[in-house]
Write a protein that binds this ligand. Structure first.
Ligand code: HEC
Ligand code: HEC
Ligand code: HEC
Ligand code: HEC
Ligand code: HEC
Ligand code: HEC
Ligand code: HEC
Ligand code: HEC
Ligand code: HEC
Ligand code: HEC
Ligand code: HEC
Length: 378
């Protein structure tokens, strides 16, 4: 009796397992054991042919490709597929594709568990990018690893790198997208290969680079920052991409927002990327006691220069880095083709400068200077 119950139990279990197995190989399902075995006898399951030729006798070979996955080249189809039946789609031996892949690629399994930022398609399934069998691209990737693969999904980036007026040399150089991004995961934001964009930018921009469009040389930004210790806020945070779009843009110098190309331009707040962070009231309020420190009493000196006289920030400030002068003011500057010194001197409650534009002029927030006599009110 005990034995009978036990047998019933086993039968139920078998039934249970059988019904959970959803997928059956067609030949197996039809009982055509001879399609693969020399005898129908389950006790002598010799194969008709060696692996993988047996499978290739019905399935198109995966070996007519440049890059063949290790286990496929070894004919080990049955590591991943059960030749008879499985409860997993495609007769897979493991429930999810990522479990399957990471059962051998243990480092990638550790990565998925690491808590790093994982690229969403990697978390979803390795075969979003890799073919499990073979491919004409390295690492059995479904597109060229450096760029085409990425642009297949990132169509907005495709549009940007193809159609931007100011394209970035970096996109076509060396490792292309992979030069700045990791494809799987990264401890850094945006899958970056370094802790911040600045570190990445300066790997190339620590030399004077040639501009493709016009053959002009770009300044050596690494050297500039190293020689000018008073570094502008966003660069201090390591974020060159606060202002520049590394993928290219239609604005001057691949900026995310416009900035005047010339020393002088009619003022509008949206003509200057600076107002992404700074208050445009600095330039729009003719009289103020709050919007800016660059004022003579209430008279806004920023307004006079930038708005009324249309002088661009770059004539007075260096928004990358400066030295010896406060407020990121330049020592040497340019207006159009003219090169000269600002000769800025900081004073209590104000300052003065003596560029070629005018003789030394003073501004003082507390005791305004009479612009005609150049004297303070008291
Ligand atoms: C599509 C090809 C294919 C068909 C059809 C097929 N087999 Fe197999 N069978 C294999 C392969 C390949 C192996 C070796 C598995 C391995 O390497 O782990 C195998 C192994 C076996 C084994 C050894 C134990 C095991 O499961 O690994 C038995 C028993 C067996 N088959 C029985 C059958 C029977 C009975 C049928 C028909 C109902 C059948 N096979 C149909 C390909 C097939
Ligand atoms: C006698 C011919 C034949 C042989 C031999 C054969 N297959 Fe198949 N296989 C088929 C047919 C027919 C299908 C169903 C149509 C299709 O998906 O191509 C199929 C489907 C499959 C599928 C897809 C199942 C699904 O759910 O979509 C896998 C995986 C597979 N075979 C693996 C193998 C492997 C591994 C071998 C070698 C051990 C093998 N086959 C040998 C004929 C064969
Ligand atoms: C490393 C694991 C792995 C190995 C080894 C492997 N396959 Fe696959 N195979 C897969 C995965 C994963 C899929 C599912 C692909 C999908 O869903 O797009 C698949 C799908 C298939 C399919 C269904 C058709 C398709 O492409 O979706 C067939 C047929 C197949 N494999 C046959 C084989 C044969 C034959 C071999 C041995 C020469 C083999 N596989 C070796 C992982 C493997
Ligand atoms: C049975 C173990 C096994 C499984 C499962 C497996 N791989 Fe592999 N994989 C290998 C071996 C072995 C190599 C060859 C390594 C070499 O050539 O150095 C390899 C190579 C690779 C390579 C190329 C690496 C290189 O350095 O050339 C990629 C990419 C890859 N596998 C992805 C996958 C993906 C995706 C899956 C899941 C669909 C998967 N693997 C499942 C064993 C496995
Ligand atoms: C978004 C696309 C994408 C997905 C999804 C993806 N990979 Fe990759 N994989 C790549 C690219 C691109 C490379 C080439 C990296 C390089 O050349 O530095 C690569 C390289 C590899 C390599 C060989 C070099 C190395 O890093 O070891 C292995 C192995 C690999 N991938 C396994 C996996 C596994 C396992 C998964 C799933 C957990 C996966 N990949 C998911 C894009 C992807
Ligand atoms: C299979 C589609 C697919 C492929 C191929 C692909 N990606 Fe992605 N990627 C995504 C999705 C989905 C997201 C998440 C949504 C988004 O940010 O667009 C994403 C996000 C990203 C992010 C932002 C991550 C973050 O933390 O905000 C970066 C960077 C990225 N991908 C770079 C790449 C690079 C580089 C490649 C080529 C090696 C690539 N992607 C290939 C689908 C893909
Ligand atoms: C010169 C380095 C560099 C190169 C080359 C590069 N990227 Fe990026 N990428 C970045 C930086 C830096 C960010 C973060 C941007 C930000 O903060 O605005 C980023 C962000 C992204 C994002 C997240 C969405 C976004 O715009 O913030 C995606 C997706 C992306 N890149 C895809 C790509 C693709 C695809 C390629 C190749 C065509 C590529 N990147 C080439 C540096 C680069
Ligand atoms: C606050 C915004 C801002 C930040 C942050 C910033 N830049 Fe710039 N950058 C500009 C502006 C504006 C220009 C245009 C200058 C011009 O042509 O007058 C420029 C121009 C450039 C140029 C072209 C210089 C030339 O020779 O004409 C390079 C190269 C450059 N930036 C690299 C960088 C790098 C690398 C970083 C990070 C270390 C960085 N930028 C951070 C605003 C910024
Ligand atoms: C792989 C090398 C490389 C990296 C990394 C790199 N650049 Fe460049 N960059 C170049 C080259 C080469 C040029 C000049 C060729 C061109 O773009 O026409 C250039 C040009 C520029 C220009 C001038 C564009 C114009 O319209 O005149 C700016 C601004 C710039 N890069 C900013 C950055 C920033 C910001 C980063 C970091 C997010 C960065 N670059 C990372 C290689 C690189
Ligand atoms: C992403 C935000 C951001 C953008 C865009 C930005 N700045 Fe700044 N700026 C800052 C931060 C933060 C500080 C404070 C730290 C410092 O002194 O550098 C600052 C400080 C300054 C200072 C010095 C203030 C002082 O009193 O010392 C000047 C001048 C300046 N920025 C000019 C500019 C110009 C010109 C632009 C446009 C080309 C610009 N900034 C764009 C964030 C930004
Ligand atoms: C004619 C030279 C000149 C021009 C042009 C100029 N600035 Fe200034 N800016 C100054 C001086 C001088 C100071 C220092 C004021 C003080 O603290 O005494 C200053 C200070 C600043 C400060 C610190 C906060 C403040 O307002 O006192 C910021 C931010 C700033 N400027 C941004 C800009 C931006 C953005 C532009 C272009 C839209 C610009 N400046 C154009 C000379 C100039």
């Amino acid at each position: 009796m005990k034995n009978l119950i036990f047998l019933c139990f086993v039968a139920l279990m078998l039934c249970e397992t059988a019904s959970a197995k959803m997928v059956q190989h067609p030949s197996y399902k039809k009982g055509e054991c001879a399609a693969c075995h020399t005898t129908k006898d389950a006790k002598d399951p010799k194969l008709k042919m060696d692996m993988p030729q047996l499978c290739y006798s019905c399935h198109t070979t995966y070996e007519n490709n440049n890059f063949i996955h290790g286990p496929v080249a070894a004919g080990a189809c049955t590591i991943c597929h059960d030749p008879h039946e499985s409860k997993n789609p495609k007769l897979l031996t493991v429930a999810t594709i990522n479990e399957l892949c990471t059962s051998c690629h243990i480092d990638k399994g550790d990565m998925l568990k690491s808590g790093e930022n994982i690229h969403p398609p990697v978390a979803q399934s390795c075969i979003n990018c890799h073919d499990p069998h073979s491919q004409k691209h390295k690492f059995q990737l479904k597109g060229d690893r450096k760029k085409d693969l990425c642009l297949g999904c990132h169509t907005d980036k495709k549009e940007r790198v193809t159609n931007s007026k100011n394209k970035h040399g970096a996109i076509e150089m060396g490792e292309q997208c992979l030069g700045c991004h990791n494809p799987h995961s990264s401890p850094n934001i945006k899958l970056l290969r370094a802790e911040d964009s600045k570190t990445i930018c300066l790997t190339c921009h620590s030399a004077s680079l040639k501009r493709d469009e016009d053959g002009k040389m770009l300044m050596n930004m690494g050297e500039h920052i190293a020689n000018n210790p008073d570094i502008h806020g966003p660069i201090m945070w390591g974020d060159c991409a606060a202002c520049h779009n590394p993928h290219g843009s239609n604005n001057l110098r691949m900026l995310k927002k416009p900035f005047p190309a010339k020393s002088s331009q009619k003022f509008t707040p949206d003509g200057y990327i600076c107002f992404e962070c700074h208050d445009p009231k600095k330039m729009t309020e003719k009289y103020t006691t709050e919007a800016t420190e660059f004022r003579n009493g209430k008279k806004n000196t920023h307004y006079i220069h930038v708005n009324a006289k249309r002088i661009s920030c770059k004539v007075c400030h260096d928004y990358h880095a400066s030295k010896d002068m406060p407020h990121h003011l330049r020592t040497e500057t340019k207006f159009g083709a003219a090169k000269f010194s600002l000769r800025y001197i900081e004073g209590a409650d104000g300052g003065s400068c003596n560029p070629i534009c005018h003789t030394r002029r003073y501004y003082n927030r507390v005791n305004p200077v009479n612009v005609n006599t150049n004297k303070k009110a008291n």
